[in-house]
Design a protein around this ligand. Structure first.
Ligand SMILES: [Zn+2]
Length: 344
């Protein structure tokens, strides 16, 4: 107790974290869904702030290109599953914290197990599709979650409270395939990620300490321009999720589909929403993902092995956003690679 008091002495001076708030944090639980750059920073802040139980789920291993911004990992962790490396680091930060690590994808089959019993979910994803899935399951269960995103110099965060407004009140549908860049194609600065993660924890930590949610806002930061905006968001009565109670991503009515192409050692990934890009648009989007050329109604080429865990994979993207990953018959590998280089 005394050790805890000393450890959190500066935090206890801050309004909202005085008195029994610290004990409420110690009794609280958070899920960090995805442990890339955002998830590392979020989990680090939660454990240092005294959140008692932090659950980390991530399917990837640490790669050298992660070390620019993924603060829980060092050179020695390259090749180690991120969730495992993160747990080791966080247990060293605060041995009294209960850290749970799962090396797994968060998808329709697994998400309910991971959110069960969690007080607040933090979004550490690097694509939009799992965020809609998370939104569905949290709105359905009346569980708060924090949306968080960072790309290039743009950072965003929003607390989604039970009852809404929810993610689909702000963005009713997922962006078309290829409409958004990814960290692997558009890049990201460590400073941008730190802003997004900091805003996310600033919105979520008071909830775990027992505060009532503040006015619904979307925090939107352009780090290059130095602009920080808080945009009021309102519940949309026509929202299919928090309004009509339709959980289309969780039920499988929305979202992309992966199909193994028999006998071809290839997997087709169909986007949730058709692309709006043409061939030259796709060529530009994929410029940093490998070596690509334009064909009739498609672009094709080889994926940079640094983006495919060293696997030799070829990729064909049709202008409607449909993608075929050649060189694997594992839908999970194909989906992960497409999420990295195509977004969605
Ligand atoms: Zn909604």
């Amino acid at each position: 107790m005394a050790e805890h008091a000393d450890r959190h002495a500066r935090q206890r001076l801050v309004a909202g974290f005085t008195g029994p708030a610290q004990e409420r944090l110690r009794a609280s639980s958070a899920l960090v869904a995805g442990c890339g750059a955002l998830g590392c920073l979020i989990a680090d802040q939660l454990v240092r702030a005294g959140v008692g139980r932090v659950v980390i789920v991530d399917r990837d291993v640490v790669e050298p290109s992660n070390l620019q911004r993924q603060c829980l990992f060092t050179t020695a962790d390259v090749g180690v599953p991120k969730a495992i490396a993160a747990r080791a680091r966080l247990e060293a930060v605060d041995p009294s914290a209960r850290i749970e690590a799962w090396v797994d994808s968060i998808d329709r089959e697994s998400i309910e197990d991971y959110v069960d019993g969690i007080d607040l979910v933090f979004d550490g994803f690097d694509a939009m599709e799992p965020r809609y899935l998370l939104n569905d399951v949290c709105v359905r269960d009346g569980r708060p979650w924090v949306y968080c995103a960072a790309i290039a110099t743009q950072a965003r965060a929003m607390l989604v409270r039970p009852g809404g407004p929810c993610l689909r009140c702000v963005w009713p549908d997922a962006p078309p395939a290829g409409a958004l860049g990814t960290c692997d194609t558009a890049g990201v600065l460590g400073s941008t990620v730190a802003i997004a993660a900091g805003a996310s924890v600033a919105l979520g930590l008071p909830i775990l300490a027992g505060a009532e949610p503040s006015t619904p806002t979307l925090v939107s930061v352009d780090a290059a321009a130095g602009s920080w905006r808080t945009i009021a968001v309102a519940k949309d009565p026509a929202c299919p999720c928090c309004g009509a109670g339709r959980f289309e991503w969780l039920d499988g009515d929305a979202g992309s589909g992966a199909a193994v192409l028999c006998g071809r050692n290839a997997v087709q990934i169909r986007p949730a929403v058709e692309s709006v890009l043409d061939e030259s648009g796709w060529l530009a989007r994929l410029a940093h993902a490998g070596s690509f050329t334009v064909g009739q109604g498609l672009v094709r080429g080889s994926i940079d092995p640094s983006l495919s865990s060293g696997l030799a994979l070829d990729l064909t993207v049709f202008i409607d956003g449909r993608a075929v990953v050649h060189g694997t018959s594992d839908p999970a590998i194909a989906a992960a690679v497409c999420a990295r280089v195509l977004g969605g």
